[in-house]
Design a binder for this molecule. Structure first.
Ligand code: ZN
Ligand code: ZN
Length: 134
C-alpha cells in the first residue's frame, strides 16, 4: 500500500477518527488526486455469519478433509482461536492458504433446506415396514 490505485501517486497516511480506528488499520490519501485508500482490519473477516478467508475475505472457500501438504497454513492468533474452538479446515484458492473457521460457508447456508413449517415433525419410516415378504 504505497501507491495510489487511481493515479499511482504517493500516498500519505491520514488520521482516523475514533470510529474509523475500529474499522481500519490505516487510511491513506493520495497527494495527487485526493483518492483515499482504506486498509480494513483483518479481524473483520472473523465477524459475520459466514466463514471466509482471513487473508482476502472471500466467501468462495472450500472445506478440506485433511490438511493440504503444499499450501501453507494461515498464521494468526484468530486462526489459532478458531482451531482450538473446533473450527473446520478450509482452503482459499486465491491466497493458496489454509485456515480454520467455525462458521458455515455461504454456500452451505444456501444449500441447507428451510426449516419445516410445522415445527420440525419428521416423518420417519421404520426400516422393517419397507420389507415385503409377499
Ligand atoms: Zn491518486
Ligand atoms: Zn484468500
Amino acid at each position: 500500500m504505497q501507491k495510489c490505485s487511481q493515479c499511482g501517486g504517493k500516498l500519505r497516511r491520514v488520521h482516523r477518527t475514533f470510529l474509523e480506528r475500529f474499522g481500519y488499520m490505516a487510511i491513506y490519501a493520495c497527494k495527487g488526486c485526493e483518492h483515499e485508500e482504506f486498509v480494513p482490519r483483518r479481524y473483520r473477516f472473523h465477524l459475520g455469519p459466514h466463514a471466509r478467508c482471513p487473508s482476502c475475505g472471500t466467501f468462495r472457500i472450500v472445506k478440506l478433509k485433511s490438511p493440504d501438504r503444499i499450501d501453507p497454513m494461515y498464521v494468526g492468533v484468530l486462526n489459532l482461536v478458531e482451531r482450538l474452538a473446533g473450527g473446520r479446515l478450509f482452503h482459499c484458492r486465491y491466497c493458496r492458504c489454509q485456515f480454520y473457521d467455525r462458521r458455515r460457508t455461504a454456500a452451505e447456508e444456501t444449500a441447507v433446506p428451510a426449516e419445516p413449517p410445522d415445527g420440525g415433525q419428521e416423518i420417519t419410516t421404520p426400516p422393517d415396514t419397507a420389507n415385503s415378504d409377499a
